[in-house]
Design a protein. Sequence first.
Length: 415
Amino acid sequence: MRGPLNRIFATTGSLATQAKIARRYAYAFLRHGTLKKYWNFAKVEWARIRGKTTVNGFPYVLKIESTNICNLECPFCLDRDRSIFNEEGMRGFGRMKAPFFKRIIDQLKPYAFNVNMYGSGEPLLFPEAYEMMRYAADNDIGVRISSNLSMRDFTDEQAEKIIEAGIEHLIVSCHGASQETYEKYMVGGDFERVIRNMRKLVQTRERLGKKLPFIDWQFLLFSHNQHEAEKAKAMAKEIGIDFLRLIYPNIPPEFKEEWRPRAEGEAEDYQPVKEKSDRADENGSSERAAATPAPPQKAINVEKCTWPYRSIYFNWDGGILPCCDGTTKPSFDLGKFDDDVRIQEIWNGPDYVNVRRYANFDVAPQDMDKRYTCASCLKPLAPFLIKEKGLPLHAKVEKKIDRTLAGAGAPKNGA
């Protein structure tokens, strides 16, 4: 299910799931809010609502990838093949050093409510991650990480280090309730180790008298593991996990038939029912079906992408993207942060201006520059594809798309 909060929190799942996520963001918003941060938030949201391509404010949610190295080989990760990172023209594998991370935080701490310290890799693989998390927390920024917790068995000392690192929200990616189902997606992982580590963290948090981090078991539902959802709920309750998040993931097209979770009662060999006109018999049933008017279709309202306004993504090497898509290729970067660069120079630079135009449906697909990952993303393409298929768009969106298509091919000033 894609609930009404999906457009805000960029996730899928039930309304209850999204409400839980909303509470975590609201917690960071209130706990780490200052007058300066709230004023910046207002300026960013005003620019987003008005469709401005330059923003008189700065991103208030940071996404910083401390490393893209991982101990697992999940099939949908990094364009479905982690080995491509080391090919010519690709980013390669690496890890961010703590001093570099601190320079990013120093520039954006007046505006940021929280930092998501994860990306394409496992954030708890390397010891400098703890120093980074503590630095962000000490600078009044909420810290969220997502870990597979399968890299090692935690000792009491290691568990204490995680609990004391300043993490507010720990997402544990564990997509199964047995080794058999778990390892089908999380290739190379150890299910029992993950369970032991979750239990150890819960016990350590209680022993230290801490309320945080909020521990969130994220369980992606696939055809091979969906039958274990109730088992996972019971396990999470027994361990003391704060929340089990059941999510229907976005599955790449080539995996859909094998991996797509089945609806209740749906057969394994499910095939879509053909349209009546395709099943017409020789007695003219197709003509009778065609004579029956189809019910009117509801107009489709397509939400604009919010990533180029609210958030900013730093790869481990300082390459900047509007979101976590396109991390494999440095050619997609909108700029690169280093010792001599101010983030302001990139945030309202020509590349960010262009991707905000894409996000606002101001650029027709044929005019999109392929060096931006946004040009291959469904979000800015969706209303154009819907119109091309002859489906009804919400009047306001359709007016926008008609105007953009009418000006397709014309030079733009990008302002």
